[in-house]
Ligand binder design. Structure first.
Ligand SMILES: Nc1nc2c(c(=O)[nH]1)N[C@@H](CNc1ccc(C(=O)N[C@@H](CCC(=O)N[C@@H](CCC(=O)N[C@@H](CCC(=O)O)C(=O)O)C(=O)O)C(=O)O)cc1)CN2
Ligand SMILES: [Zn+2]
Length: 770
């Protein structure tokens, strides 16, 4: 019999219940016990959904209050002393690592651990941070054991998910000032895995899903070599340990296929056949004689209904070679990356709705496919017919195709990708009308999205206030933030983005070719969620999207004020893209729509325009090679097409909130933006060295403090950071700004942090002008 399997389920709940509970706990509104009880309730609900759907292999330990990697940091005792020294309750220590903790009265002040993108997704994980003398110790009540028992008690037998030791270490880094190479710690870490597996077995666990997603990367020799000792040990524990199924996702493992020979003692291997169906034969060829293949055929990363016929064909190929008992039908990855359920969407057009499948619906899909291949297509005839109809409806729908967009794309010329003059000429032109001091200060766009803003928007969406009332409210918000920026004495203002629910969804709602949802939330980090809009057809811009607010802000600003839009690659990556048209085509459509917006902003008198591309880096194919080069070409072209329509006088900014530029620098440079703001506050300033090494001529603002945490950085801390940056950047090219937008912050901490930031900038301005 072919079993069905889900690799992980979204944990926020149907109505973002987990977000509400954690934020209430942080705000002191509910107790720790209340929070723990809510977590338990959600786990039970999610297990029940999967059990009722008939899923054979249901995950546990896929739940996390903040992040699953952070769970492992705590599980293995990889807790830096700066957290452990406070002897906090484990729940609070966990959140302190995730989001920092500042309690001046109790003398507690510690920033969060670094948080970075999970592979090429918009989910962020907390980076394990190791010391030179790192030790590992299994937590007293290991979470995977506790949650397995909890499910068992509720009548659900689960397969706990744990992150494998090689991935844990490869995804880790040395703490600041430490030099340990994490992978060298394998021998110290393995005993903890052995102990954990023993405890799981003792609790009654038969099967464990052990994730080693780093197998999809190009691995350093040391990392690759670590699989053999790791899995010879973990795969040979016999009756003392559960069977292991090693899971990979978001790429193929063909380039690491030789590793499989040292994994032959494992029960099974999971591969992503949505992203890389072509790896099937190679992987089957490398399996041991009794090993099981978990075939990821239901997309864990996108919301399109699975094409049953195509999925069944893939699974049948595997069955022909392995037999029904050695094949599992699975989601390609955890369903963490898709929204909870389509059932919550009441406003979707019926034709289009029928093309979608969210997490709850995907659990049903794995079950149907498994049944189709086990019992034959007749056993699920109705479902197969309905599915074929949906697939056919989407393929032939007029909603997806706009000849005018296609015609415009066909007429794009190479010159449209180039600014009129090179940077030095533009810079001189811009200097005539935009007066800036040395070390100009600015922010990244958004100011706090207060409860009041969200309430007013909610009322407006529901029709409880008129568009005019909402517009008045937004104008007042803009007035307030302009006034605050004057008081804070910033040099380049922003309008604060109060009208935007999200930097991508807002544009999706204003572009043709998109649909958007009311409840389709996906976790981005911690308690923060996004509601990615869905690209269903060719994209175009029916009318200006941001001009009114930007123009108003400029009209009341005594200093330059940036126009603010989200770039084409980010609009694409943070939406659910089409899977029937190449992403480069969708990016170009978005670029053309945004180009019109940029030109309209300029025409409205906006001299500084920021085009955010924070998702440019995460879209980079995970492995070096032709695919990566092709991506960089079309992604850079899209940005240039969107921005190059303006005159030399207009200063184009771009923003990226990540700092891994090493394998990527030439693409950033090729964007030709006049000013870049980048993330840097939590990474080593050494990363900036690439800007000198490559003689980067233009201007840069590496973030001087981390906006993801409510913690207020001191003026001294910021000065130290700027001092470090000046080792790598010229004083005349350095801007001073936070890491990213301030929408998740509260006003008091925002004002305090920016005051410190501005004072730090003034100190250097003074120092370098004399
Ligand atoms: N798409 C995207 N990806 C991104 C980022 C980003 O900004 N956008 N930033 C990076 C980090 N990620 C972030 C992701 C989300 C948030 C964030 O603040 N999200 C908000 C939701 C934003 C939103 O869409 N808000 C809507 C809906 C707000 C809401 O909850 N409304 C209530 C009703 C109003 C109320 O009573 O509060 C409801 O619908 O129930 C709005 O403002 O209109 C949240 O989790 O709370 C911040 C950073 C990387 N990836
Ligand atoms: Zn950002």
């Amino acid at each position: 019999m072919v079993q069905s399997s889900v690799l992980g389920f979204p944990r926020m709940g149907k109505l973002r219940d987990l977000k509400k509970a954690t934020e209430a706990y942080w705000g002191g509104k509910i107790s720790r016990d209340d929070l723990l009880a809510e977590g338990k309730r959600l786990r039970q609900e999610h297990w029940k959904i999967q059990k009722d759907a008939g899923v054979d292999i249901i995950p546990s330990n896929d739940f996390a209050f903040y992040d699953q990697v952070l769970d492992h940091i705590q599980l293995f005792g990889v807790i830096p002393e700066r957290y452990s020294k406070y002897n906090l309750h484990p729940v609070d220590e966990y959140f302190a690592m995730g989001r920092g903790l500042q309690k001046p009265d109790e003398g507690v002040d510690v920033p969060s651990l670094e948080m970075v993108k999970w592979f090429d997704s918009n989910y962020h994980y907390v980076k394990p941070t190791l010391q030179d003398n790192q030790t590992f110790k299994l937590a007293a009540n290991p979470k995977p054991v506790v949650e397995f028992l909890e499910a068992k008690e509720a009548g659900v037998v689960t397969r706990p998910v744990i992150l494998g030791p090689v991935s844990f270490l490869v995804l880790a880094k040395a703490d600041r000032g430490q030099s340990v190479d994490p992978i060298t710690q394998l021998d110290n870490l393995l005993p903890v895995y052995v102990e954990l597996l023993n405890k799981l077995k003792a609790a009654g666990v038969e099967d464990v899903q052990i994730d080693e997603p780093i197998l999809v990367f190009d691995l350093a020799a040391k990392a690759k070599a670590a699989f053999k000792p790791a899995y010879e040990k973990l795969g040979n524990l016999g009756a003392q340990a559960p069977r292991l199924t090693l899971a990979t996702y978001f790429g193929d493992i063909v380039h690491n296929i030789d590793v499989l020979s040292s994994l032959q003692n494992l029960h099974g291997i999971h591969v992503d056949l949505v992203r890389n169906p072509e790896q099937l034969d190679t992987v089957i060829g490398a399996l041991g004689p009794n090993q099981v293949l978990s075939a990821g055929v239901v997309d864990g990363r996108n919301i399109w209904k699975t094409n049953f016929q195509a999925a069944i064909e893939k699974v049948e190929l595997a069955i022909q070679k392995l037999g029904k008992d050695r094949v599992i039908v699975a989601t390609s990855s955890s369903l963490l990356h898709v929204p909870h359920t389509l059932a919550s969407e009441k406003n979707l057009d019926a034709e289009i709705r029928d093309w979608f499948s969210f997490a709850v619906e995907k659990t049903a899909e794995v079950v149907i496919i498994a049944k189709a291949v086990t019992e034959g297509p007749a056993s699920v005839k109705e479902q197969l017919e309905a599915n074929a109809k949906s697939v056919q409806s989407r393929a032939s729908s007029k909603r997806t195709n706009d000849p005018a967009v296609k015609a415009r794309q066909a007429s794009v010329t190479p010159e449209q990708h180039n600014r009129k003059s090179p940077f030095p000429v533009r810079h001189a032109e811009q200097g005539k009308s935009i007066n800036l001091p040395l070390f100009p200060t600015t922010t990244i766009g958004s100011f706090p999205q207060t409860k009041e803003i969200r309430i007013q928007r909610n009322k407006f969406t529901k029709g409880e206030i008129t568009p005019e009332e909402y517009e008045k409210f937004i104008e007042k918000e803009i007035q307030d933030v302009i006034k605050i920026q004057e008081e804070l004495d910033l040099d380049v203002f922003v309008h604060g983005e109060p009208e935007r629910n999200d930097m991508v969804q807002y544009f999706g709602e204003r572009l043709t070719g998109y649909v958007f949802t009311t409840h389709a939330w996906v976790q981005s980090y911690g308690s923060r969620c996004v509601r990615p809009p869905i690209i269903v057809g060719d994209v175009s811009r029916p009318a200006p999207m941001t001009v009114k607010e930007s123009k108003y802000a400029v009209s009341i600003s005594k200093k330059p004020c940036k126009g603010m839009i989200t770039g084409p690659v980010t609009c694409l990556r943070w939406s659910f893209p089409r899977d029937d048209v190449h992403q480069s085509v969708q990016a170009q459509q978005l670029a053309l729509a945004l180009r019109d917006e940029v030109v309209d902003l300029e025409a409205a008198g906006i001299q500084v325009i920021q085009v955010d591309e924070p998702a440019l880096r995460e879209g980079l194919p995970l492995r070096a090679g032709a695919e990566r080069e092709a991506y960089l070409k079309w992604a850079v072209d899209a940005f240039r097409l969107a921005t190059a329509g303006v005159t030399d006088n207009t200063q184009v900014h771009s923003h990226f909130c990540y700092s891994e530029f090493q394998d990527f620098f030439h693409a950033i440079a090729a964007l030709d933006a006049d000013v870049l703001s980048i993330e840097n506050s939590k990474s080593d300033a050494k990363l900036l060295k690439v800007f000198i090494d490559e003689a980067y001529p233009r201007h840069i603002g590496p973030g001087v403090y981390d906006i993801h945490s409510p913690r207020v950085p001191s003026e001294q801390e910021i000065k130290d950071r700027i001092e470090e940056m000046l080792q790598y950047l010229r004083p005349d090219q350095l801007w001073v700004n936070p890491d990213c937008g301030l929408k998740t912050r509260q006003w008091p901490e925002t004002k305090a942090a920016i005051t410190n930031m501005n004072n730090a900038a003034k100190y250097f301005r003074q120092k370098y002008s004399s």
